[in-house]
Write a protein that binds this ligand. Structure first.
Ligand code: SF4
Length: 523
């Protein structure tokens, strides 16, 4: 299941362009000098910056496959953006050659070019790389390219430190822009792929604190590890990679594990002396789901509501169990698609057959062409005869089917019929069952091993949606260049992962039905 990824990566909202690969590799090796990346880390937390600089090989700094994928897509966006400010020259040197890049930029400036891509400057012991430096009639415009669909508050300090360094290096900077992707753009017309937003006034305001902060960071880096208390800044604006080092390990069933509890509420419970769910008194007013969770944890037994029987009525055979996997491309490739549109490119269906038994159907895109027509046809065929189509967190499958309807209008009616037959297994569990091993969540990764012991994702090469998305993209866009064996293995790993999702639903429903049968026996 490739649900929309909410997690933000520690790449300062910008996916590195040019030769940068990750925040770690985009930093200078000289610990006494700052860089734009270092400055932004330090703005979030001095302790984080100290570790980044003094422990550059820390395992926490290795990018995940998902982050690497974002960086790679960001690089593509950065390269594409140059075409929208044409006539420039690229400072094309390895990322670690900071001083050579500064020298090459200085020489390029002498040539009065309309633009310089990946221009580098050094001032105040701080390096700043500029995605696009555009020459204007009276000076220069700093253009910060972002692979996001909108401008974000955290983009401003990024632009501000660049303007500061460039001005201190003697350049006349007249204007600052954030150039981000345009959510209104639709393939194949990519002429409006980018939006250029003038942020000069905002950057001028943000410049005020830059010199003092740079000085403070430099002093801090010359000293020992600073003492910084944990707090909101650990996840805002980015999730810090060192959370496990700084945050205390929580006991099992800590109150913060109450389903979707707000941080503030958990802190209040802790302050009232209820550190874990075991401590919560029976007279405390709780939501229905929390009350069930508390009851299950305190008793050490699964709680099953009598209402489960009724909740399972809509799951009328013959059932099809459906799951999609998706990709999300920064630069759209297929008709009607916008930047970062999440699109289904793989499905698995387990279909109940007359007289019992299950048939398995699957489809996977393994080339760069538009997957929607063939996938939609295979899906319609796979779901033929199903009275209900079971999904887990069905809003995701609904959204995928809607994207398919847009992309394959000739099958819109058939796809709509599938959409109308969707029934969701997740809320059935959430509203009627709690097992102490759910750990405060109802994702299939939590509920499956608790309800169906022995069945999980641990034996698979692809074990989660993030990895599936990355690998699907690799199969589709780079599969042709892979050795046949590697490509077949990758395809097989992805097929097994998606199949496990629908098989998990089959077994979960079986388990829920057996819980109902057990209840009936008791009465
Ligand atoms: S976890 Fe919080 S306090 Fe620790 S380094 Fe990260 S941001 Fe700083």
């Amino acid at each position: 299941m490739a649900r929309r990824q909410a997690r933000r990566v520690t790449g300062h909202g910008k996916y590195p362009s040019g030769s940068e690969l990750s925040l770690r590799s985009s930093m200078p090796s000289d610990p006494s000098r700052l860089s734009k990346s270092r400055y932004l880390s330090g703005l979030q937390c001095h302790k984080q910056l100290w570790w980044r600089v003094h422990e550059p090989e820390a395992p926490e700094l290795s990018p995940t496959p998902g982050q690497q994928n974002l960086f790679a897509q960001g690089r593509e966006v950065g390269e594409r953006a140059r075409g929208h400010v044409p006539g420039g020259e690229l400072i094309d040197l390895p990322f670690y050659e900071y001083d050579n890049k500064v020298t090459a930029t200085r020489e390029a400036l002498q040539r009065n070019l309309p633009a310089i891509y990946e221009a580098w400057f050094l001032a105040d012991e701080t390096y700043a790389g500029v995605d696009i430096l555009e020459r204007t009639s009276r000076g220069h415009t700093v253009i910060e390219v972002k692979a996001s669909n909108s401008r974000k508050p955290e983009h401003l300090p990024d632009a501000a430190v660049q303007v500061h360094v460039l001005r201190r290096a003697g350049l006349q900077v007249e204007r600052a822009e954030v150039m981000h992707l345009n959510r209104e753009c639709r393939f194949p017309d990519l002429s409006n792929l980018f939006v250029r937003e003038d942020v000069t006034a905002l950057v001028e305001a943000a410049l005020i604190g830059v010199p003092d902060e740079l000085a403070a960071q430099q002093r801090m880096l010359d000293g020992p590890l600073p003492d910084v208390p944990i707090g909101e800044h650990c996840t805002n604006p980015y999730e810090c990679p060192f959370i496990e080092r700084c945050w205390p390990k929580l006991p099992d069933h800590h109150v913060s594990k109450l389903y979707r509890i707000e941080r503030k509420q958990a802190l209040e419970l802790e302050a009232d002396g209820y550190a874990t769910i075991y401590d919560i008194p029976s007279d405390l007013e709780l939501s229905v789901i929390h009350a069930r969770q508390v009851k299950a944890v305190q008793s050490g037994r699964m709680v099953v509501e009598p209402t489960l029987t009724k909740a399972l009525v809509p799951f009328a055979s013959p059932l099809a169990f459906l799951d999609f996997e998706t990709v999300s491309l920064a630069i759209p490739r297929w008709p009607g698609c916008r930047p970062w549109q999440q699109l289904p490119v793989q499905f698995s269906v387990h279909m109940e057959e007359r007289g019992g038994g299950l048939a398995h159907h699957q489809w996977i895109a393994d080339g760069p062409e538009d997957p929607r027509p063939a996938l939609a046809e295979a899906l319609v065929e796979a779901c033929t005869g199903a009275r209900r189509v079971v999904a887990y967190h069905a809003s995701f499958e609904r959204e995928c089917i809607r994207r398919l309807r847009e992309g394959v209008p000739r099958l819109a009616k058939e796809l709509e019929r599938i959409e109308k037959r969707l029934v969701d297994l997740l809320p059935v569990i959430r509203r009627h069952v709690y097992h102490p091993d759910f750990g405060g969540g109802f994702s299939i990764k939590k509920t499956l091993p608790a309800l169906v012991p022995g069945l999980s994702y641990l034996d698979l090469k692809v074990q989660d949606g993030e990895m599936a998305t990355v690998e699907l993209q690799r199969l589709m866009l780079q599969g042709a260049e892979m050795p046949a064996g590697e490509r077949a293995a990758l395809r097989g790993n992805l097929l097994r992962y998606c199949e496990r999702d629908t098989w998990a639903m089959v077994k979960l429903l079986e388990k829920l039905r057996s819980l109902v049968a057990d209840q009936l026996e008791l009465f």
